[in-house]
Write a protein of this length. Structure first.
Length: 488
């Protein structure tokens, strides 16, 4: 359909006053259209050629509303760094409504749209830097096959916004199947609005668990927790396998349907460091890369507690106990794919653990090593792998490769087919923080060409793109451990 044919519905905003507040966006005076995502247009059922429609500048800046739009600031709470905060909600974003495309419904969320009743002391704005980071991150994870929100467009402005420094304001339209967070359930539970909590449970079941929508609330809540535990376990397994650190896994940043949600100080691993912390405000390492599975389970416990008004403690415990085996199975399957193993063996976990220990000892680049391994065919010396490992670890690499060769022999199959499968499981291009910073600095100077280039590469990260080798290179030392804040 054409942009002029788009009309939004607003099922969430119709749930009632307890769920949030209608708010009009505060538009930019002179919006500048920076980029429109043709792939997301297609996802919404809109003709990708509409990416060139100049109307996106006003729509993406909140100056023009799509027909049927009902801007709505959602109210929720949540645990931030393990501490409950009752003062949360959409403080700089508005749910515009939903686009229906066949059987799928997609919510549009305008970020940076100005103050709402939940802004606390904030200005309700977003900056170009953070907007570009979210725009790229959604596309990067989607290209890697990981569940995530995405973004429709970026609009910039000349409006000054103060963060660590004065920056230019920007807005982004986020697209997701649902913007319901764990914190929505916590809000109604802790404020004892149990009728609203029951309505929220029914709303999510109707959209994502239709087989449960006619059940009593206790059974709906149980089905919902089973669903969210499974989705979250699979999501975190995918993060760990690809080397993605979210950075701020508060319960208000956790999607009830298991999407990657609310991009801030995220980071993809450069060197393999299990203890990697990408958020410079995370002084205790609560959200370090290796801590993500445990934090996700902690957050699921918080969600389960908010359902305890309807579900017994024993049933909640049974649901939560599904997390670890689901996570382990999903992670093992992903790592077998990265290693080119079709069959499952008891020793695979140890083979993988030994490799990860080698990479950690060597501070080897996680993505480059696995991509090089995808080209490995048993050659000696394994020069391409040795180049990524300090000489002091070459003997350890040789010992690991000996066991790996034996395992590949037991697995069977020909090396060409295995290498092709491994290249489809090990990306060449990832969204490294130093690349994002390069794009941001160019965009702040008005040059959007690097943004378009990186955006395109992240949509097909497993392809070779030989003309863009520099975008797949390891970062310089100055590009590692870049300080990334929550305002990012």
């Amino acid at each position: 359909m054409k942009l002029s044919d788009v009309s939004l519905s607003h099922h969430y905003a119709s749930l009632g006053d307890a769920f949030g507040t209608p708010v009009s966006p505060t538009p930019f005076a002179h919006p500048k259209l920076i980029h429109v995502n043709p792939a997301v247009l297609e996802q919404l059922g809109i003709d990708p050629a509409e990416a060139d429609n100049p109307a996106w500048a006003e729509i993406g800046a909140g100056a023009k509303l799509l027909p049927g739009s009902r801007p709505f600031a959602m109210k929720y709470t949540g645990h931030q760094f393990g501490v409950y905060n009752p003062e949360l909600g959409d403080g700089r974003a508005l749910l515009l409504g939903e686009v229906q495309n066949g059987e799928h419904s997609w919510e549009l969320h305008l970020k940076g749209a100005g103050k709402t009743p939940y802004s606390r002391f904030g200005d309700g704005r977003a900056v170009l830097r953070s907007t570009i980071r979210e725009y790229l991150a959604g596309e990067a994870l989607h290209g890697l096959g990981i569940r995530t929100t995405r973004a429709l467009c970026i609009v910039g402005s000349d409006e000054p916004v103060t963060r660590e420094r004065i920056e230019s304001g920007a807005m982004l339209i986020r697209v997701a199947e649902s913007h319901v967070r764990f914190g929505h359930f916590e809000y109604f539970f802790y404020t004892r609005q149990l009728e609203a909590l029951q309505k929220l449970i029914g709303y999510v079941c109707e959209r994502f668990l239709p087989e449960a929508k006619s059940l009593p609330v206790a059974e709906q809540a149980e089905a919902l927790l089973h669903f969210t535990v499974a989705r979250t376990a699979e999501l975190v397994a995918a993060w760990q396998a690809v080397g993605f650190a979210h950075g701020v896994l508060n319960t208000d940043n956790m999607s009830i349907i298991g999407d990657t949600f609310d991009f801030g100080p995220y980071g993809f691993l450069d060197d393999y460091e299990p203890e990697f912390i990408c958020n410079h405000s995370d002084h205790t390492g609560r959200y370090a890369f290796e801590q993500q599975p445990g934090v996700a389970l902690w957050n699921l416990n918080a969600l389960a507690h908010s359902l305890s008004a309807f579900v017994s403690a024993e049933t909640l415990k049974d649901c939560l106990e599904e997390f670890q085996p689901r996570l382990v199975d999903a992670y093992a399957a992903q790592m077998r794919a990265k290693l080119g193993l079709e069959q499952k063996e008891d020793g695979d976990q140890q083979l993988c653990a030994d490799l990860l220990q080698l990479l950690a000892d060597a501070r080897a680049d996680y993505t480059l090593f696995f991509r090089a391994l995808a080209h490995y065919r048993g050659e000696r010396p394994a020069a391409a792998l040795q180049e990524l490992i300090p000489e002091a670890q070459h003997d350890a690499l040789e010992a690991w490769l000996h066991h790996y060769d034996q395992r590949l022999a037991r697995d069977g199959g020909d090396s060409r087919s295995r290498n092709r499968a491994m290249l489809a499981a090990n990306p060449k291009f990832i969204l490294r923080n130093y690349l994002a910073q390069r794009v941001i600095e160019a965009a702040e100077d008005g040059d959007y060409r690097p943004l378009r280039t990186l955006f395109t590469l992240l949509q097909s990260p497993f392809d070779e793109h030989p003309e863009h080798e520099t975008w797949a290179a390891a970062p310089p030392e100055s590009g590692k451990h870049m300080p990334i804040s929550c305002s990012s």
